[in-house]
Design a protein around this ligand. Sequence first.
Ligand code: S3P
Length: 180
Amino acid sequence: MVAAKDKPKPNLYLVGFMGVGKSALGRRVAKELGFRFIDSDHVIEKQAGKKIPAIFEASGEAAFRQLERDFIESGHPEKGCVVSCGGGLVVQPGMSELLKSKGVVICLFASVERIIERTGRNKNRPLLNVENPEAKVRELLVEREPIYMKAGICISSEGRSMAEVVRHMIRSYHAAAVEF
Ligand code: S3P
């Protein structure tokens, strides 16, 4: 029999809107759990040999969404990873159920003000490369919020230190991982 401590650990998938801190928090959680950290956007960029805005420009959003689906279906290790998912990944039909079948899913939340501040720092997000990115953030949030709310264990990073949020994420992961 395999001892519980030696059993392969289910992946932890981090979902949530752009700028909620999936990557920064995910790296910390991965380090503490002794897991590998993977970012869906980075894997897709590497495979495509292009940055995300260039993928959107050359092939369109639908093609990018297909790359996200391929990544989840067969493009990453099945165990022992913290996987930071691009903000729109879980919004696609059927993806939430797929992620939940593969591992523990945590959805991170932050205030709209924090999101606007964080996403305003770089131009690497084609959906926000518009005349009024703030209005676009608000519009997408309204559209996606119901999906995020049901996507996994909901954790807010608002008004809490990074260490506190990381502890909460790790506790939630361990509690949910026993189901696998
Ligand atoms: C997107 C989020 C981005 C990236 C792409 C589309 C989205 O990832 O996948 O620009 O639709 O919300 P981050 O959430 O890591 O910024």
